[in-house]
Design a protein around this ligand. Structure first.
Ligand code: MEV
Length: 446
């Protein structure tokens, strides 16, 4: 069997698929048919999807759900979410409804600046760079004006250019740290194009200097601590109401606030806590065609900004009021990238009322906060498994081909039992045993 190939990318889509199934699967024809069944029925749409990546052989489906009843700054949203994990959308919806009845969420964008870096080696020393810096900045800005003109018309462009000296840690290594405003686009292409042009311009600037200047790389930073949004909720403690198992509002608020403090003290807990936040954030980021890897990496770096990885959300109880909030960097766009190209991302934005990037930042941060609220609320009241297991049970029943009657009986049976795959299978097997035989068997046993 031949498991490597040269010229794979030049094969047609069916050719790639055929090579793959013939070399890696036991039932090539079946697998080929199955993967082809996921091709889009509309050829044009399929071409759009294939255009996003390389070597595509099929489409990978994920559930697309919505969480209604999100009140943010007085406006109501139905939030689109793409996620494969059960309970996440239900939890977001439940938290949205909970807070809608208590004044809704508040959100504010604190800043929208993004960062790019030009990394270079220079043998001429820091003093000369510093002496030339104002000249360098002027020249660089002028040399990128053909790239920045349009963005400037929209109110964006290059903001600050800062010279950083790392030569004590890496011989001859310096950096231009550049800040950008990219308006409604995430801005990666714009920033990278400007930085690469900066690199060529800087090289020209020192071409006759008698020193060596080498551009190492020019690339945006996905750490965007100044592209920051805050989402928050607050209400008098008594308005929180009562919780399962007879827990009153004060006990809940105190336990909840302690759970958040624990996630600020302990990085093991903080990682899981923040994962819960990203359950909501990634789902909306994906649904709107934004880059979830960029959002994740920025969020985790931000969570460790004081040297220790901590919870991204915070909670306080002051003067009888419960306050819960989340600060998070979110470099997202509503124009450019996949946002308008992906057919469903386009619909997601339409569902949200075609927000600009700032509004989308607020919607995404709020969904993260709602998700976090729902998760921690479950953790400090019923435990997380109760909700999870309900969905898990339905998945197991679906997998085992249970009909409606069997599903009903099993759900009832497991309402106060621990759900496990084996337990459900055994229970279903018992249900499925023919009644008469059971009677006869039990008689003969007697
Ligand atoms: C599961 O996907 C997310 C949680 O673990 C988050 C948390 O523990 O806060 C429930």
């Amino acid at each position: 069997m031949k498991k490597s190939i040269s010229g794979f990318s030049k094969l047609s889509k069916s050719g790639k698929l055929r090579w793959m199934v013939e070399n890696f699967f036991k039932e090539p024809e079946n697998v080929m048919r199955e993967l082809m069944s996921y091709w889009h029925s509309n050829e044009e749409q399929q071409k759009v999807l294939d255009g996003f990546s390389e070597n595509t052989i099929s489409n990978f489906y994920l559930p697309y759900g919505v969480a209604p009843n999100f009140s943010i700054n007085g406006k109501t949203y139905c939030v689109p979410m793409v996620i494969e994990e059960s309970s996440v959308v239900a939890a977001a919806s439940s938290a949205a409804k909970f807070w809608m009845a208590r004044g809704g969420f508040r959100a504010e964008v604190r800043s929208t600046t993004k960062i790019g870096q030009l990394h270079f080696n220079w043998t001429g020393g820091i003093a000369r760079l510093r002496a030339d810096l104002e000249d360098i900045k002027r020249t660089l800005r002028l040399d990128v004006s053909h790239i920045t003109a349009n963005m400037e018309k929209r109110g964006g462009g290059v903001r600050e250019i800062e010279l950083l000296d790392f030569s004590d840690q890496e011989p001859n290594y310096y950096q231009l740290k550049v800040s950008f405003e990219t308006c409604d686009s995430m801005g990666a292409n714009f920033i990278n194009s400007v930085l690469e042009e900066f690199g060529r311009s800087l090289q020209r600037f020192y071409a006759d200097s008698g020193e060596d200047l080498t551009i190492i790389m020019a690339i945006l930073s996905n750490y965007t601590p100044d592209c920051l949004v805050r989402a928050s909720v607050e209400c008098p403690i008594e308005d929180l109401g009562n919780f399962p198992n007879g827990m009153d509002a004060t006990t809940f608020a105190q336990k909840f606030a302690q759970a958040i403090r624990i996630a600020r003290i302990d990085s093991f807990r903080a990682t899981t806590h923040n994962k819960g936040i990203f359950n909501g954030i990634d789902a909306v980021v994906l649904a709107t065609g934004n880059d979830f890897r960029a959002i994740e990496s920025a969020g985790h770096t931000y969570a460790a900004r004081d040297g220790k990885y901590r919870s991204l959300s915070q909670c306080e109880i002051v003067d009888g009021r419960f306050r819960f909030w989340l600060d998070i960097p979110l470099a997202v766009g509503t124009v450019g990238g996949l946002t308008k190209l992906h057919p469903i991302a386009r619909r997601s934005l339409e569902l949200l009322g075609n927000p600009n990037a700032r509004e989308l930042m607020m919607i995404i941060a709020t969904t993260g906060l709602a998700q976090n609220f729902a998760a921690v609320r479950s953790l400090v009241t019923t435990g997380i498994q109760q909700g999870h297991m309900k969905m898990h049970l339905m998945n197991i029943l679906h997998h085992l081909g249970a009909n409606e009657k069997e599903t009903q009986a099993t759900v009832e049976h497991f309402s106060d039992q621990v759900v496990s795959f084996t337990g459900v299978r055994e229970y279903l097997e018992k249900l499925r045993q023919p009644k008469q035989r059971t009677v006869r068997l039990s008689k003969s046993r007697r």
